[in-house]
Ligand binder design. Structure first.
Ligand code: DGL
Length: 278
């Protein structure tokens, strides 16, 4: 039994879609969430930036909060940095997220699958290897959605709707008919936060896949395997959530209220670039 918290981070508030699933799966755990929005978006930056930011945030969570596990709630950071984090933290439970292509292949009836993600994720070696491993098992339409995570971050409703319409329109036809995309993979953790807008645009016949619930189940399995779960008997006396941002506290607070349903204080933290990043 281990009462230490689980660390969760993203370039911004997208990881709240993963935190929501983690809370549902692991109701006795404490979580510390870092939104690195002062250094976002990750998806349109080069790998070295994303690797250094991921290392900086991971070190903060370990040194200041002694986390027992780290969930990288960002597809872009997982693609660019997870192998560096694993090398640096060989004894820590580390869980990443990747676009749900394999479940999409199993689910799609038309065999046409849309994938929305950041440019960084789609161009990464990790994603290309995943795509290659599924060669011949589906027709994938890949869409890099520049600017969409940033618009979600700023809660800019008009821009969000316009960008969702632009990108889904550019991908082709959606629906259950022959030759249409009947499955849409939300390959960036920000996008589930605007799933209702996307569903409205592509129609009710399209199934959405995101990585939050599988990540939560995987985290549960790993903690169980090493006897690292918090005791289920001890009722939590305080709200088991701590939030930090390197950016705008007000926007994160609003998003936490909206997507997690709690009103907790947000702490602003200055996390300068790590000097020892490799
Ligand atoms: N939420 C991040 C992801 O899952 C990316 C957002 C960004 O570009 O910073 O890829």
């Amino acid at each position: 039994m281990d009462t230490r918290p689980i660390g969760v981070f993203d370039s911004g508030l997208g990881g709240l879609s993963v935190l929501r699933a983690l809370r549902a799966e692991l109701s006795h755990e404490q979580f510390v969430y870092v939104s690195d929005s002062g250094h976002a978006p990750y998806g349109e930056r080069d790998d070295s930036h994303v690797i250094e930011r991921s290392q900086t945030v991971a070190r903060f969570l370990i040194e200041q909060h002694h986390i027992k596990a780290l969930v990288v709630a960002c597809n872009t950071a997982t693609a660019a940095a997870i192998k560096h984090l694993r090398a640096e933290l060989p004894d820590r439970i580390l869980v990443g997220i990747e676009p749900a292509l394999k479940p999409a292949v199993a689910l799609s009836k038309t065999g046409h699958i849309g994938v929305m993600a950041t440019r960084g994720t789609l161009q990464s070696e990790k994603f290309q290897a995943l795509l290659q491993s599924l060669e011949g098992r589906g027709h994938f339409v890949l869409q890099a959605c520049d600017g969409l995570a940033d618009a979600i971050e700023r809660a800019d409703a008009i821009k969000i709707r316009a960008m969702c319409a632009h990108y889904t329109g550019a991908m082709g036809s959606f629906g259950s008919q022959y030759g249409c995309m009947d499955t849409l993979v939300l390959g960036c953790t920000h996008y589930p936060l605007v799933a209702d807008i996307l569903q409205d645009l592509v129609g009710p016949d399209v199934a959405f896949l995101e990585g939050g619930a599988p990540v939560a189940r995987h985290t549960h399995r790993l903690l169980t395997a090493c006897h690292g779960l918090a005791p289920a008997t001890a009722p939590l006396t305080t709200e088991p959530l701590t939030f930090y941002t390197t950016g705008h506290a007000g926007l994160l607070q609003q998003a936490v209220q909206q997507y997690i349903g709690v009103g907790v204080p947000i702490q602003t933290v200055d996390l300068p670039q790590a000097t020892t990043a490799s």
